[in-house]
Design a protein around this ligand. Structure first.
Ligand SMILES: Nc1nc2c(c(=O)[nH]1)N[C@H]1C(S)=C(S)[C@@H](COP(=O)(O)O)O[C@H]1N2
Ligand SMILES: [Mo]
Length: 321
């Protein structure tokens, strides 16, 4: 994976303080995206990010490289922000951005608790303290499409270190905001067991690849990508990377995710990217990289085998759910 320290980009805290300054001045437009990857805050005052059209802001999305560490080209900002899975809004991947536009993601609180010594409710301000890095990761959806995305974020392990999991804690349970009035997908898809819940084992959660993302392409996350803060777990199918988190609990039993409740034999807890274990209804041997023609072969653990295979030593990888 590509890792860049925030000192080489613009730090999230610089960006947040700049945002507060603009707020005080009363000149920030809702949804303005502020973070420039080249170290110079851009002229955001006149800017509204328009996720559907070309970037009308005049700010070009930026990343530290054009490819991931395997030489695969980054997906465009337009692709990443206009082709989404976010069932709380809609199951139509090309409509999420439209329906999510302007969804309020500030102020925001993430309650971190359960089996920890220091439970804490984090505000957006509290996230300033974490050093933001760029992580260029492949995202592989269980539906067999994929993208390469330059996320901004910080390792989940750093947040866990602050709250201090107790010895009895075996799993981390994440929960997305529950907002049936504000997000149309709840009422359209009432058969799902909302809110969206996901989970990791504590040792998986401590792996350096597992990040809490706050931005992409040097910009603040847009609502369709899970603003203001979401998980990215690049070696697992995309549904594990839960969006718009409001609650994180350390627990002693395996959390039951929304997808486990819906179809445990199709979207189980482990969900490691694995070309050798097919989905009951389709092959996982290859995938469609958004923006490219043809298909590309799926790689074990989505190409992060070296970093994560040890987490599954002794496990039968043929049983992936
Ligand atoms: N709360 C929530 N998180 C979610 C989803 C969702 O529907 N709701 N979809 C998941 C799926 S299936 C994928 S592939 C990724 C897609 O992330 P992206 O839209 O930012 O590419 O988000 C995941 N996180
Ligand atoms: Mo997905």
């Amino acid at each position: 994976m590509k890792k860049i320290k925030s000192s080489e980009i613009t730090s999230y805290s610089d960006y947040l303080s700049r945002r507060d300054f603009l707020k005080t001045m009363g000149i920030m437009t809702a949804g303005a995206a502020l973070l420039a990857a080249c170290g110079t805050p851009q002229d955001e005052a006149s800017t509204v990010v328009n996720p559907s059209a070309e970037d009308s802001s005049g700010i070009s999305p930026s990343a530290s490289a054009n490819t991931d560490e395997l030489g695969k080209p980054l997906n465009s900002y337009e692709d990443i922000t206009n082709y989404n899975n976010y069932y709380e809004f809609t199951t139509d991947k090309e409509r999420v951005a439209v329906l999510a536009e302007g969804y309020p993601t500030s102020p925001w609180e993430v309650k971190v608790g359960g089996l920890v010594n220091n439970p804490k409710t984090y505000s957006l301000d509290d996230f300033r303290k974490f050093e933001i890095e760029e992580r260029i990761y492949r995202l592989r959806c269980v539906e067999a499409w994929s993208m390469v995305i330059p996320w901004m974020g910080f390792p989940l392990s750093k947040l866990l270190a602050e709250v201090e999991p107790k010895a009895e804690a075996k799993y981390v349970r994440f929960e997305t905001i529950y907002d049936p009035e504000g997000m149309p997908g709840f009422k359209k898809n009432p058969f799902y067991q909302w809110p969206y819940v996901e989970g990791l084992r504590v040792d998986e959660a401590m792996n350096d690849l597992a990040i809490l993302a706050t931005g992409l392409y040097g910009k603040d996350l847009l609502p369709q990508n899970g603003a203001p803060i979401r998980m990215v777990i690049p070696w697992k199918y995309g549904f594990k990377s839960i969006k718009s988190i409001v609650k994180i609990d350390l627990v002693d039993e395996m959390p039951r995710s929304l997808w486990m409740a819906a179809a445990p034999n199709e979207y189980g807890f482990n969900a490691n990217v694995n070309p050798n274990v097919n989905h009951p209804r389709w092959s996982q041997a290859s995938e469609r990289r958004i923006g490219e023609f043809g298909r590309t072969e799926t790689i074990m653990f989505n190409g992060y085998e070296e970093e994560v295979a040890h987490l599954y030593a002794g496990m039968d990888l043929a049983i992936n759910f």
